[in-house]
Design a protein around this ligand. Structure first.
Ligand code: ATP
Ligand code: MG
Length: 256
């Protein structure tokens, strides 16, 4: 399996505090790769550099052979690299369908301007998007609530809409930053099943997660980050048996 995403020597600091210290790792095509490490290890900052939310002060990010280090986020989405974001709070009354359509519009499709100005190409674009939204809702078992306002959904269903939003871009790879945080065990098991199904459809996944049972169940390989760089990588069993990994976690965790 070849690398779909390559991160080389990422460096970044906030107010003089170095948060990424030459982080280098790969996510191979077709995997569910876990990204773990103690609080403050730089995992979310790395994901921000990968998705384009943050321009790193040093290093390089490549996706599918293209250097994307300085590419705007929406162009990364156009290449098939998508992150799952928390739902915008601004549109609580929009239905699930409208939400999916909205984020489908957000990715750079050739029909976007036509759909604003009307006309045949615009209508065709709308229709294609609507079909995609329906199929995404079906995949996530949200079709029975597709006309409900997002504000009326359960917490778990909202999480699924977040995943649906990422799927609207027809991604090759999705980055997830703690998608199960704050979700009850039944729902996190459901989310885990969806992630597995997406991966079986061919979507590569990079998952930051603190719940070690989930990491054990879903992720292979697991990359361990500490102090802004990759510490080690291997199967879940290999990394948890690693003394250096145990020490990195010891006394540092305050949410376990
Ligand atoms: N925008 C920012 N401004 C200042 N400091 C930041 C900013 N973002 C992150 N940091 C700091 O960078 C360090 C690494 O943060 P990051 O969020 O990447 O860690 P993490 O590995 O995701 O941790 P956690 O597991 O707690 O989510 C932390 O000390 C954090 O306080
Ligand atoms: Mg984080």
């Amino acid at each position: 399996m070849s690398a779909l995403l390559t991160v080389e020597g990422l460096r970044h600091g906030f107010y003089g505090v170095q948060v990424l210290n030459g982080a280098s790792f790969e996510v191979r095509q077709g995997t569910v790769t876990g990204l773990i490490g103690p609080n403050g290890a730089g995992k979310s900052t790395a994901i921000n550099a990968i998705s384009g939310a943050l321009l790193p002060q040093g290093g390089r990010v490549s996706f599918a052979g293209t250097d994307i280090t300085r590419l705007p986020p929406r162009e990364r989405v156009g290449l098939g690299l998508v992150r799952s974001f928390q739902l915008a709070r601004g549109f609580p009354r929009l239905s699930v369908f409208d939400h999916l359509m909205l984020y489908g519009q957000g990715h750079p499709g050739e029909g976007f301007w036509q759909s604003l100005t009307g006309g045949r190409a615009g209508r065709q674009h709308e229709e294609r998007l609507a079909e995609t939204a329906l199929s995404v809702a079906r995949r996530l078992k949200l079709d029975h609530v597709i006309d409900n306002p997002v504000s009326a959904l359960s917490g778990g269903q909202k999480k699924l809409v977040e995943i649906g939003r990422a799927l609207m871009a027809e991604p090759r790879m999705i980055l997830f930053d703690e998608p199960m945080a704050g979700v009850n065990p039944t729902l996190s098991a459901q989310i885990a099943e969806h992630l597995t199904a997406l991966n079986e459809e061919g979507i590569t996944i990079c998952l930051i997660e603190h719940d070690m049972a989930m990491v054990a169940r879903l992720c292979d390989p697991v990359i361990v980050m500490a102090e802004g760089r990759k510490m080690t990588e291997g199967s879940f069993a290999e990394v948890v048996a690693d003394k250096a990994v145990q020490e990195a976690y010891l006394g540092v965790r305050h949410d376990a």
